[in-house]
Structures are given as structure tokens and as C-alpha cells.
Ligand binder design. Structure first.
Ligand SMILES: Cc1cc2nc3c(=O)[nH]c(=O)nc-3n(C[C@H](O)[C@H](O)[C@H](O)COP(=O)(O)O)c2cc1C
Length: 179
């Protein structure tokens, strides 16, 4: 699980801010608690090996210095580039409305979620993304700061016991415009 999570977080994010946070629910007690919040998704919650609840951290800006300083320390980024980027990013982030910041964080967290599903598949596991759960209560039920940890989606993970159903996709012609 740690390896899958680490590989998933190679996903891109706006100015590499990595706002995603994971709650891995793999104990029977944790699954029971989650099942009460996910009435439409009982099978996935109760029969999977684990459910990963994806959140974003609304106070993620606290990690901005660590992210850029570590990049310099590890030789990934020259000090001047760090300073230039922070000079632009700090006031930009501070100026964002809560709604605009939420859009960015949800976008980044969607990318990590998809990457997590692809990495899981590469490791031989199946997943199911789920939005059908009580987003208003999940943080407090698992003793997380509700204001800080904003729910994105659930991902059940395990080895499928049955073949999944095929699903239709709109043709590329319908969904694409060429210019
Ligand atoms: C944001 C999101 C929320 C979803 N919520 C649920 C859910 O609550 N329960 C469920 O069984 N599947 C859920 N799904 C899975 C979709 O129903 C599924 O991806 C879609 O029907 C296409 O099927 P496929 O992924 O098997 O090709 C969700 C998928 C996404 C991306």
C-alpha cells in the first residue's frame, strides 16, 4: 500500500503543491464505521481489502516551504528558481478565493486518484472510485479536522472476485473538437 501511494503521488499538481491526503481504512472496525456513511456502496466498503479515502488539505500552503526547500536540497532545483517561484506563488495563493483554491485542490486530487487506480492495476489490484458517501461526516467520524481535510472521493481496492461489467464510452467524435 505504501508503495502504491508513493507511486500515485508522482502525479502532477499545480506548482507541485500535492494537496492530496489519504486515509487508509483497512481494519474491520474502520470498514464498519465507513459502511454507515456509504449506504449505496456497502459491498465495496465491506468486501474490499481496503478503502482509501482521498481528501485535500485546505491548509496545504503550510508545506510550500518544505516542498521547495527539499527540491533545492536534493539538487532538483537551483536556489534562484525556488526564490523566483515562491515570490510568484505565495502572493498568488494568498489572493485566491476559497472557491478558486478548492477548484485547484480538487483538480490535483482527481489526478492523484486516477493515478492511484492505474498504479493499483499495475500491481494487480482492482479499484472502484466512489462519491456516494456522507462527505459531511467522514472527517469527524475518523477524528480528522473537518475544516482542514476536505473529502474528494473513496477508492476501494482489492482483487476482484467477479468479472466487472463492460461500460459504454461516448465516441471520440462526440467529445472532441479539432481546431
Ligand atoms: C467521481 C466518481 C464517483 C463515482 N461514484 C461511484 C459510487 O458511489 N459507487 C459506485 O459503485 N461507482 C461509482 N463510480 C464508478 C462509475 O460508476 C464508473 O466509473 C462508471 O460507471 C464507468 O464504469 P467503468 O469505470 O467500470 O468503466 C464513480 C466514479 C467516479 C469517477
Amino acid at each position: 500500500m505504501t508503495e502504491i501511494l508513493a507511486k500515485a503521488t508522482r502525479a502532477p499538481s499545480a506548482i507541485n503543491m500535492q494537496p492530496w491526503r489519504f486515509l487508509v481504512i483497512d481494519s474491520p472496525e474502520g470498514k464498519e464505521k465507513l459502511a454507515q456513511l456509504a449506504s449505496f456502496n456497502q459491498t465495496q466498503v465491506l468486501t474490499s481489502s481496503a478503502v482509501i479515502a482521498v481528501f485535500y488539505d485546505a491548509n496545504n500552503i503550510e508545506y510550500m516551504d518544505e516542498i521547495f526547500s527539499k527540491a533545492v536540497e536534493l539538487g532538483y532545483m537551483p536556489q534562484e528558481v525556488k526564490e523566483l517561484q515562491l515570490q510568484q506563488a505565495r502572493p498568488y495563493y494568498a489572493s485566491l478565493t476559497p472557491a478558486a483554491l478548492r477548484d485547484i485542490n480538487m483538480l490535483d486530487s482527481g489526478l492523484v486518484s486516477m493515478q492511484l487506480m492505474l498504479v493499483a492495476r499495475a500491481h494487480g489490484y482492482d479499484t472502484n472510485p466512489m462519491a456516494g458517501y456522507d462527505k459531511d461526516r467522514i472527517a469527524e467520524v475518523f477524528q480528522l479536522d473537518k475544516e482542514r481535510f476536505q473529502p474528494v472521493m473513496l477508492l476501494s481496492i482489492g482483487k476482484a472476485s467477479k468479472q466487472g461489467y463492460p461500460s459504454y464510452r461516448l465516441p471520440v467524435d462526440t467529445i472532441t473538437t479539432w481546431a
